[in-house]
Design a protein around this ligand. Structure first.
Ligand code: SF4
Length: 449
């Protein structure tokens, strides 16, 4: 019996890619194993967005090398964003890797796996020949990721994504909806539509009488289609790019009952001069106008953002503008990272990494403190309220964990006869900045954990 293990680091897009690859391997008779030391094929799915993620992948490769040198026989494949167009240096550094597969192009890995198992050419061809559609991941829980647009055209100066994942390329509507129906038939209740800039979905597809710009399909088209699929209870989408977020898309989130009022919109900086150096393509005014538009139609929408501190040239005054923006907008969650140059990007080539590390760390702490304060305040509002939770896990003691429509994590005692994927009303009895605890509404005999 052939076995495989996929080690994944990075964003949800990587998780989705790993699941697709796993589906292809399983169609060829491979079985997953939890430990790489038991696998005939080990796949490392890498992320190049931060140095730390790349370092972890390289350290993992170092461990695999030692096992190889110790006589173990297994194949090694590396996929994901670290596998760029120029990989000669990587090949020299890690000559023992059998296959290098750029993001979303894992034909080479399937070929290697197929050849090792004497999979027939016809069978292999059916997986490789436009095989993405035939390698939908079989879900292993009530939630699933569905990539709808690959790549990014924005070329922010600090970002490696467009250089590694290429230009924006949308999947056809029918293909996406067929995958969603497949997931629903396998018990999935919540689908998250993925794209680096998810609202750009459809702009590169042919017009066809859809309701989006110039008759093209857009994210609202997908919401519409998924709304009609029985079994699917919730739809999420990420990551948003403010300039692509049309009124039509915002209104569709408000109008479609299955679409969660939950936005992930990275602002990155609250300073217009800094945004210009980042080449983000919008200014603070546009960002705040989009947030205001969302809140005008969905006053309780959850809005999550990302911030990078210490980008090239960031002054104290520019950082203060970011703090002021975060205080004005009051996000539900703020993800913050310190800038580190990614080789090959415009910023790494042309802009000096001139903010000292201690200053970056201090700015990071300021934002983290703001985040803790604002999420605790938002969670406090839920104390005593009843929220709808979709159950994602139930442990052997009957403790359930799930998320609200706004994405907050909730722990509660699972009432009898509830299952993964059920929607349960939960009364919130305890809150922290990071999670909520409660009891299932109308089930008095169950105590709060
Ligand atoms: S929008 Fe900017 S930060 Fe986001 S993936 Fe594209 S280039 Fe990177």
């Amino acid at each position: 019996m052939a076995t495989y293990n996929i080690w994944t680091v990075g964003c949800q897009m990587n998780v989705a890619d790993s699941q697709k690859l796993a589906a292809g391997l399983e169609q060829m008779g491979y079985t997953p194993v939890p430990e790489d030391m038991d696998a005939d094929l080990v796949v490392i799915n890498t992320c190049a967005v931060r140095q730390h993620a790349e370092d972890r992948a390289y350290s993992k490769l170092g461990t695999l090398k030692k096992r190889r040198e110790g006589g173990a026989e297994f194949s090694i494949a590396v996929m994901g964003c670290s596998v760029g167009p120029k990989i000669d240096d990587l090949k020299k550094r890690f000559p023992y890797v059998d296959v290098w597969a750029p993001p979303q192009q894992f034909d080479g890995i399937l070929e290697l796996a197929g050849n090792a198992r004497d999979v027939s050419e016809g069978e292999l061809g059916s997986l490789l020949d436009g095989g993405m559609a035939r390698t939908w991941a079989v879900p292993n829980g009530p939630t699933a990721f569905v990539p709808v647009i690959h790549g990014c055209d924005k070329f922010c100066t600090y970002c490696i994504v467009p250089l590694r994942r290429g230009r924006e390329a949308s999947r056809p509507v029918d293909d996406i909806l067929a995958e969603c129906r497949f997931l629903a038939a396998h018990g999935v209740r919540e689908i998250t539509l993925l794209g680096q800039t998810v609202e750009a979905y459809g702009h590169d597809l042919e017009p066809g009488g859809y309701g989006g710009p110039e008759g093209r399909p857009d994210l609202a088209t997908l919401f519409d289609g998924i709304n009609a699929i029985d079994g699917i209870a919730r739809v999420r989408f990420l990551t948003s790019y403010p300039k692509d977020m049309t009124d039509r898309i915002i209104d569709a989130v408000a109008d479609q009952p299955k679409v969660c009022e939950h936005f992930n919109i990275p602002v990155q900086s609250g300073s217009n001069t800094m945004l210009e150096r980042m080449r983000r393509g919008y200014n603070v005014e546009l960002f705040e106008e989009r947030v205001a538009r969302i809140r005008s139609v969905m006053p309780d929408a959850a809005i999550v953002t990302d911030v990078i501190v210490g980008c090239p040239g960031e002054t104290e005054a520019e950082f203060a503008e970011t703090v002021a923006l975060l205080e004005r907008v009051q996000f539900d969650i703020i993800h913050v990272a310190a800038y580190s140059p990614r080789p090959g990007t415009y910023a790494a080539r042309r802009l000096a990494d001139d903010v000292p590390m201690d200053v970056k760390k201090a700015r990071l702490q300021v934002i983290e403190a703001l985040h803790a304060k604002s999420s605790e305040r938002i969670n406090q509002r839920l104390l005593g309220q009843t929220v709808e939770v979709l159950i994602e896990q139930i442990d052997e003691l009957g403790r359930a964990t799930g998320r609200t429509r706004a994405g907050q994590l909730v722990h509660f005692a699972s009432p009898p006869s509830t299952h993964l994927g059920d929607l349960v009303d939960v009364e919130i009895a305890e809150v922290t900045a990071w999670s909520l605890r409660g009891r299932a509404a109308g089930v008095p005999e169950l105590t709060v954990i």
